[in-house]
Ligand binder design. Structure first.
Ligand code: MN
Length: 424
């Protein structure tokens, strides 16, 4: 289904007077409110193709209804999101779950919804029915060169799919590691991984980037070969200028200071971008901002500070993507909530008085520094984020409009009760 512009206009008409009052009240005290709105309008967050269906746990999956069963339907779903919020203008494909059979047609379909193709993602964490060697004991790190060669070739195939669609980056996340002491020689596993990544890197087009994602644990529980930002950065530095470290918010050990990691990676010019989600314990893949919204704000505070220090364009300099799983909520509604939480945290970071914060830091005024950050965080900027949406032709309240238009039931009518998204 496609969302008619008239529906959005009608929805906005109903809410406009109330919105205007809230926005005017807020805008009076924010001298650079227009600058914040302009930045919000440009800021797009890519949607991963695997997040459009219901996720599962290792104990089971409760499939939703009317899920997108084909790549075309997944693009249509991201098109729906983008029509509602004008902030989800890209889709990130996972290969082999979403292999484009006819790249030109897929590109044209995406363009009809105003969507571009974000980073492509390879998968060597599970075996495919037609592959010769198993990844049970790893892929790029494997002791058998034949397995490594097969995994390298898969990544090259993924790059080629990405080239056909206009993607500009490959994201590599490896499940490689070990679950028992003694299982693996750490140094050899790292060296094998480096050599494999070098072979993949050699195939990258000139204007592409390689994103090396890390994760502390799971599915392996004793060691992970790219377990943290240090190991990822080590690889990225050895690979070259086109290799970067990708931060997934759920891939750290508990209480890791992610905002400090972000700051230092930006300093080194090695931050690829983000996989947004939220968590209570580990890689919980919950809605962004649902558990630790203050942490999300502190991360954006460092992102804005670090990007401005290096002259990086906020909207285009880094890769912004959601990587979440939806077990209880409608995936599309969950994604709308995540995008909104990300933009709100970004807006709050743009509100921070940088000069005053710098001055407070210089005189070791700990109290003032805290006040400055929390003043920004505790200002309710939802009307500013909504204003940016309004000016872009999006809905003032995307979740409410999704419900008003009964989108899920219409998708079920089109696709049926049994339609299940491809994925794990
Ligand atoms: Mn991720």
């Amino acid at each position: 289904m496609k969302i008619d512009k008239k529906h959005i206009e009608h929805h906005n008409e109903q809410l406009k007077a109330k919105h205007q009052r809230a926005f005017d009240y807020l805008a009076e005290d924010i001298t650079h409110v227009e600058e914040i709105i302009a930045k919000l309008e440009k800021f797009q967050i890519a949607i991963p193709s695997w997040a459009l269906g219901t996720g599962g746990t290792r104990f089971g999956r409760f499939s939703g209804k009317g899920e997108p069963g084909t790549l075309e339907q997944k693009i249509e779903d991201v098109g729906l999101l983008h029509a509602l919020n004008r902030s989800s203008g890209a889709i990130s494909l996972h290969i082999p779950w979403d292999i484009p059979q006819d790249a030109e047609n897929i590109k044209a379909l995406a363009a009809s919804f105003g969507l571009a193709f974000d980073a492509v993602n390879s998968n060597t964490f599970q075996d495919q029915p037609d592959q010769e060697y198993s990844y049970k004991f790893g892929s790029l790190q494997h002791v058998d060169p034949n397995v490594r060669k097969q995994a390298v070739q898969h990544n090259i195939d993924v790059i080629n799919h990405g080239i056909a669609l206009g993607s500009k980056a490959l994201t590599v996340w490896l499940a490689d590691g070990s679950s028992f002491p003694g299982q693996l020689n750490f140094r050899e596993a790292f060296q094998n991984t480096l050599e494999s990544l070098k072979a993949i890197y050699a195939h990258l087009p000139e204007d592409w980037k390689l994103f090396v994602e890390y994760k502390a644990f799971e599915p392996n529980f004793y060691s992970t070969t790219i377990a943290d930002w240090g190991q990822s950065l080590l690889l990225a530095n050895k690979l070259g200028d086109k290799a970067y470290t990708l931060v997934d918010l759920g891939h750290h050990l508990p209480n890791a200071n992610i905002e400090q990691i972000v700051s230092l990676l930006l300093m080194e010019g090695k931050l690829a971008g983000f996989h947004f989600n939220d968590s209570k314990y580990a890689d919980d893949d919950l809605t962004a901002g649902s558990v630790k919204p203050y942490q999300l704000f502190l991360i954006f505070n460092e992102l804005v500070e670090g990007m401005d220090a290096r002259g990086i364009d906020h909207a285009t300099g880094l890769g912004w993507m959601i990587d979440a799983s939806h077990n209880l909520k409608d995936p599309l509604v969950d994604l709308l909530q995540s995008v909104d939480a990300i933009k709100l945290a970004y807006a709050q970071a743009l509100l921070v008085d940088r000069e005053a914060l710098k001055a407070a830091q210089q005189r070791n005024d700990v109290v003032a520094a805290q006040e400055i950050l929390q003043n920004a965080y505790r200002t309710d900027l939802r009307p500013v984020v909504a204003e940016a949406r309004l000016r872009q032709g999006a809905a003032l309240n995307p979740v409410a409009l999704f419900n008003e238009l009964d989108v899920r039931n219409k998708l079920i009518e089109e696709r049926g009760n049994q339609s299940v998204a491809t994925g794990l």
